[in-house]
Write a protein that binds this ligand. Structure first.
Ligand code: PMV
Length: 309
């Protein structure tokens, strides 16, 4: 097959509510973070017989497995040798969807090369398979929100429900500077769940109620109510053992500095906190957060608003 170079992109994501519990069938709310982006460029290489990763992920065994899996799962495509160049501003292991963005961008590229419409519905099943190589048994929230690129309510096994925010929400991702592998943090939760299912089922019930109230708050443009849901969800994540002293300190400081709420986002064990501000935070507020520990960095504010028209 003769084909030309193709380039695709995928954004980052943040889980607003329900991470970890979502693995057990609880709903979650997530939003795309378009200031973070992963780019895949695929170009034919007649000197090779199969796809080869170049750039950022060259030599990365997991990414290599994802590329090979993707290549072998698009029927009717005989691409031959190719260079697969990956560039990304999504920090790996930071809870912002780096592996899901790679999955989505790879599938978008393959569908485009197969002259198929890379719609979210077409992208998502194979992207989920690729995510599974990275995470074991993921809930699917990450690849879904990145494939749809819209804020949504996600529950495993049901259609995602897009959410049109009824106001503007000022969200800030704050990097703790600590890193953890999502797969290991998820496995730790599983062990603790097996030991005390009754306690975990009670936590999951509480998180379901928080997701419901957070969805209502988003739709109504009620930022203080969303902030309260963040804080309560953070407490549950602490009980589940996925926060760290530094993430706790960051969330506490954010509240002291005037945030409406703050919590761990994504896999935890490190990574990022997500902070909800009543308005664009001042330099002083952001410096106040960065002073919590060396390595803490405030990312640019994401304004969550209705962008569907
Ligand atoms: O850390 P991330 O960006 O991979 O997010 C993982 C989200 C979890 O809920 C912890 C796992 C999952 O499969 O949903």
């Amino acid at each position: 097959m003769i084909w030309d170079e193709i380039e695709t992109r995928a954004c980052g994501k943040a889980i607003l509510l329900g991470e970890h519990a979502v693995v057990y069938g609880v709903p979650a709310i997530a939003a795309p973070i378009t200031s973070l982006e992963l780019r895949v460029r695929v170009r034919p290489n007649p000197n090779e017989s199969e796809p080869r990763l170049r750039g950022l992920l060259e030599g990365d065994a997991l990414a290599d497995e994802m590329v090979r899996h993707a290549w072998s799962h698009v029927p009717g495509l005989a691409l031959g040798g190719a260079d697969v160049l990956v560039e990304s501003s999504i920090p790996p292991g930071g809870g912002l969807g780096s592996s899901a963005a790679l999955s989505v961008a790879l599938v978008r590229a393959l569908l485009a090369l197969g002259r198929r419409e890379p719609s979210a519905e077409a992208v998502n099943p194979l992207a989920y398979e690729l995510e599974s190589l990275a995470h074991g048994l993921p809930s699917g929230v990450d690849n879904t929100v990145i494939a749809w690129q819209r804020p949504l309510r996600f529950q495993h096994g049901t259609e995602p429900r897009p959410i049109r925010p009824g106001g503007v929400f000022h969200l800030q991702l704050v990097d703790s500077g600590e890193r953890a592998a999502t797969k290991e943090v998820v496995a730790g939760v599983r062990q603790r769940y097996e030991r005390d299912q009754a306690m975990y089922l009670a936590i999951f019930g509480a998180i379901t109620a928080l997701v419901d109230s957070a969805e209502a708050a988003l739709l109504a443009g009620d930022a203080p109510a969303l902030g309260r849901a963040f804080d309560e969800n953070h407490q549950r994540l602490q009980t589940m053992g996925v926060s760290t002293p530094r993430l706790d300190a960051l969330c506490e400081r954010a509240r002291q500095l005037g945030a409406l709420g703050a919590k761990v986002t994504g896999g935890g064990g490190g990574g990022h906190a997500i902070v909800l501000w009543p308005r664009e935070p001042t330099d002083e507020q952001q410096r106040g957060l960065e002073d919590v520990a060396s390595g803490v960095v405030c990312r640019p504010v994401t304004q969550l608003a209705d962008e569907s028209d």
